[in-house]
Design a protein around this ligand. Structure first.
Ligand code: ADP
Ligand code: MG
Ligand code: MG
Length: 913
């Protein structure tokens, strides 16, 4: 069961007895109704606020409306108890604060904050300064003796409320704001004087009336109810949905709503607001890390509006506050036993904590933090294994730029927001990124923005890298890309990004859409042109140590797909314990071979075909020798020729064009003599549906001499290596088997050739013959096939294709629609469909082992490197997964986590397994 499915099940249960449900949880006055373990109910933020309150930390009081209320709202059945409990909690808050919401001489103001079980930074909405209206703002101005502050807070409320609740485009507010700012000739927001702010407020109110036909609501309770419902709705906005899809969070979880007394960072120079991490989220170094702004509120720090100060400045400016912050966050880290990401506000020199949560980090940082925390005695080695997401290990393998001997013109240096390198063609909007990605116009895309916003999430996902001209290490772009393991340079102030003109101007250059640049996310450099990239070395000592905890925990073996010795060496470097798939056709595509291959295919009789095959044989033999030597005594699974023959021939259309051109210009050209028979053969071989045509074992059955040649090359290579003291361990895999008869046919040839070669070479080599299970019929008759096959390797790419009847090359035409409609939760070619394709895998494994208890079973294909699919393979008791070399670390970690989870909870009886 996926995490989401578990959640959904429990969510459903909670929803059946709404009347018994406590909807609102109070926190404040030193204790809270809830606690830190109640993330399901209170959301991460609400649980954190409760926990901090219980720990006696300085947290502004408030209450949390639990996630069930959101689910009720989504079902259109918000129970009346929610309002009742909310008003009771509000009264309690007012009493505690000695204030009344939005009324009286000392009006209470609150924030209304979203917060789901899994943190979704910036995906949902928050409203600050709620409760302010035309009257309350005057009271606040008088009471604080600071009209600038009061009007600033009010204009922020209208702006946020307008955006979040009333759905008025942010741009329209910003336009008003920027116009007045320009006229007043000030650089920073806080320089605006009360008169100018009042004018902005008047304009904002006009805008609200124009856009909605109604006045900005003056009633504080009215504001509160509308804001709460808008936060519920923000759970279902497009960017939140996209985020959940990428992170596989269930759509039915819902968000909690936190209503909390405001504290003000915009009161003046003795106030401020900031965010930080207890360790460096990019590298994992145990260094206090953060940014803040004085005289600012809420999102000012992360939105990149002003470039924030480093937290070390705070140590100088306000040493006592700094010390208190360090001590509190240090305690929080010990308490949660994980790196914390926190938000704080300083109001008139007094520190308040507004949020703490386990911080998002890069893969490099995750490994480093896990190792350090084990050393510090905070967590065990087993826990450390769960502190890194399998996909994050990819960060150790991210490319670096090749600079040696290259002309490197550094255009600008921004912040090294997310490590790795990216080389690509620039685009200026998320929509363009998505467009040029899906139509294949650009090979690699770099999204260039002033700053990114949560709306850019889909574009960020398809980009190879992100460049922003504003914003800090905790800006939206930085946080999101680190989570994605994607290169990002943020806050490159020397770059001018003109989003309207689609131009990037820097250092006298003007770059337009489609121009190439290179980014180095590890150093923050922006570089002219298209540099080459190098994969990183996976010999980082932290990584090596971490993997030494991972590997002993797993039961599943992890092999790699590798066709040539170079890939095999790479695979061994990344820890492959065998080769699960060597695709021999790749060997034929090499330039010096394709000609012989074509001659073979063009031959219209067996004799000519055998002649051509003879020329190919020594080449294949060399390839296999190389593989066996590289892999030493580790198993190597070699698949016989699989693709349809026309793939090795020129395209029919190209031939037609060339022939008619020659006929017009050089009718006597000898080339025509070559081309005409080629075209004839291409036409002969043409298939309406090559995917279901003459391919796989069908080739070896129609032309046994092809199988003979390949098998001879394999055994000769193995014999040669063995004669030189090697210990090759080979397995021959017959592709696209659908019946035991096919298998019997090919096995006979293989065994016959093996005997011949062993006799000739005077040596025997152990080997196995098995098949790829990639057709439903093979899975259904696996018990019969296992009579002949000594191993199964599930070709889950083809098996997904044939089970769904969906071509992998065409799924993109409708996948977006399927995702949107919720028919597919994930691309079935990326994550194994456990209910259907997975059931076939499980069933075929059982049937096969019933016939042959020693049957070795694995999978190869994309799914072998997908964490969820790997965990499934563990659960159903496969022997190994085989994946591309770059997925090996991920697969090793996923396999270890699966084994440890099983140890902790016992085999999962409810899953398909
Ligand atoms: P997100 O989940 O996007 O971080 P938050 O609800 O944490 O959204 O709030 C957005 C911003 O508003 C943060 O900078 C937070 O510190 C600030 N904020 C939220 N509540 C308050 C409050 N009661 N007083 C002052 N600032 C607040
Ligand atoms: Mg926050
Ligand atoms: Mg296949």
């Amino acid at each position: 069961m996926t995490q989401g499915a578990v959640e959904k099940a429990s969510a459903g249960k909670a929803g059946t007895t709404p009347t018994d449900t406590k909807h609102v949880y109070f926190f404040g006055g030193g204790k809270a109704d809830g606690n830190g373990r109640m993330k399901d109910v209170l959301g991460g933020k609400g649980a954190g606020l409760a926990e901090m309150t219980n720990a006696g930390l300085p947290v502004p009081p408030g209450f949390t409306i639990q996630t069930e209320a959101c689910r009720e709202y989504m079902r259109g059945a918000l129970s009346p108890e929610v309002d009742v409990e909310m008003y009771t909690a509000l009264e309690r808050l007012e009493k505690l604060q000695g204030q009344k919401l939005g009324t009286g001489e000392n009006p209470l103001l609150v924030s209304v904050r979203s917060g789901a079980k899994f943190s979704m930074p910036g995906m949902m909405d928050t409203i600050l300064n709620l409760g302010l209206n035309d009257k309350a703002v005057e009271a606040l101005a008088k009471r604080s003796n600071n009209p600038r502050f009061a009007y600033d807070s009010y204009r922020r409320l209208i702006q946020m409320f307008g955006d979040v609740v009333l759905d008025i485009e942010k741009k329209k507010f910003e336009h008003i704001f920027d116009t007045v700012k320009a006229r007043e000739n000030v650089k920073y927001d806080y320089e605006l004087q009360p008169a100018a702010l009042k004018e902005i407020i008047a304009e904002y109110k006009k805008l609200v009336r124009k856009e909605t036909g109604k006045d900005f609501p003056q009633g504080p309770l009215d504001q509160l109810v509308q804001a709460r419902d808008a936060v519920f709705r923000s759970w279902s906005n497009e960017r939140a949905k996209t985020y959940r899809r990428i992170n596989r969070i269930d759509d039915w979880l819902g968000t909690a709503v936190n209503v909390q007394a405001m504290v003000f960072g915009n009161l003046g120079e003795n106030s401020g607001t900031g965010v930080g991490f207890t360790r460096n989220p990019a590298t994992g170094e145990h260094i206090f890390f953060g940014e803040y702004l004085m005289n600012a509120q809420g999102e000012d720090v992360v939105s990149g509006v002003r470039t924030p100060l480093s937290i070390s400045e705070l140590e100088r400016a306000m040493p006592l506050v700094y010390e208190q912050l360090r001590s509190i966050t240090g305690k929080m880290e010990k308490h949660y036993r994980d790196m914390q990401d926190f938000e704080f506000t300083i109001q008139d020199g007094k520190l308040y904590m507004l949020q703490t949560r386990n911080g998002k980090r890069t893969g490099l940082a995750a490994v480093r933090v896990a190792i350090d925390m084990v050393r510090e005695g905070l967590i065990t080695q087993e826990e450390a294994v769960f502190r890194v997401e399998p996909n994050q290990l990819y960060d150790f393998l991210v490319p670096r730029l090749v600079e040696k001997g290259e002309k490197v013109e550094v255009l600008a240096t921004g912040l090294p927001a997310s490590p790795g390198a990216a080389v690509g063609q620039i685009v200026f909007t998320a929509e363009d990124a998505v467009k040029f990605h899906s139509n294949g116009a650009y090979q690699a895309i770099i999204l260039v923005r002033g700053e990114t916003t949560p709306e850019d999430i889909a574009g960020m996902e398809v980009a190879a890298g992100i460049l922003t001209s504003r914003g800090g290490m905790t800006s939206h772009a930085a946080v999101v890309t680190r989570g994605m393991g994607k290169c990002c340079v943020a806050g490159a102030g020397d770059c001018t990004v003109d989003e309207a003109k689609k131009e990037l101007r820097v250092k006298g250059h003007v770059y337009k859409q489609g121009d190439w640049i290179s980014l180095d996310g590890t150093t923050g450099r922006v570089i002219d042109g298209k540099l080459k990239t190098l994969p990183a070395q996976p010999d980082d000592p932290d990584l090596v140590k971490f993997m030494s905890w991972v590997d002993p925990a797993r039961r599943l073996k992890v092999w790699a797909n590798a066709d040539v010795p170079r890939d095999a060496r790479q695979a061994r470097l990344f820890g492959a314990e065998g080769i699960g798939l060597c695709r021999t056709e790749h060997m034929f595509f090499a330039e010096d071979r394709i000609e012989h291959m074509r001659t073979m295919i063009l031959a219209d009789n067996e004799k000519d075909r055998r002649e051509a095959l003879k020329k190919l044989l020594p080449m294949q033999r060399d390839d296999f020798e190389g593989l066996f030597k590289t892999m030493e005594s580790l198993p190597v699974v070699i698949r016989l020729l699989d693709p349809p023959l026309h793939e090795f021939l020129p395209q029919r259309e190209d031939l037609l064009v060339e022939i008619s051109h020659l006929e017009d210009t050089k009718p006597r050209s000898p080339r025509l003599k070559e081309l005409r028979p080629l075209l004839a053969r291409v036409q002969e071989l043409h298939e309406v549906n090559p995917m279901l045509g003459l391919r796989g074992c069908r080739l070896g059955i129609a032309f046994p001499e092809i199988t003979e040649m390949q098998v001879r090359a394999i055994f000769e290579a193995a014999a040669n290596v063995k004669n030189h003291g090697g210990e090759p361990h080979l397995e021959i895999m017959v592709p696209l088997i659908g019946s035991v008869e096919e298998m019997r046919n090919q096995t006979a040839i293989i065994r016959h050739v093996a005997e011949q070669v062993f006799k000739e070479k005077g040596v025997t080599v152990d080997y196995m013959v098995g098949t790829m299970i990639e057709l439903p019929r093979a899975a259904l008759t696996a018990d019969q096939i296992a009579e002949e096959a000594e191993f199964f390797s599930f070709g889950t790419n083809d098996l997904t294709q044939t089970t769904f009847g969906i071509s992998r090359d065409d799924i993109n035409h409708f996948l977006p629609a399927y995702m949107k409609a919720g028919i597919f939760k994930q691309d079935p070619f990326a994550t194994l469909d456990q209910a259907g394709v997975g059931l076939l895998v499980k069933m075929a494994t059982a049937k096969g082992r019933n016939t042959r208890p020693t049957l070795k079973v694995g999978i190869c294909g994309e799914h072998g490197g997908d964490p969820e699919s790997v965990k499934f393979c563990h659960k159903i008791g496969l022997n190994y997964v085989s994946c591309s070399p770059f997925r090996l670390l991920t697969a090793r970690l996923a396999a270890a986590q699966a084994a440890l989870e099983e140890k902790l909870t016992g085999p999962n009886l409810h899953s398909n397994a």
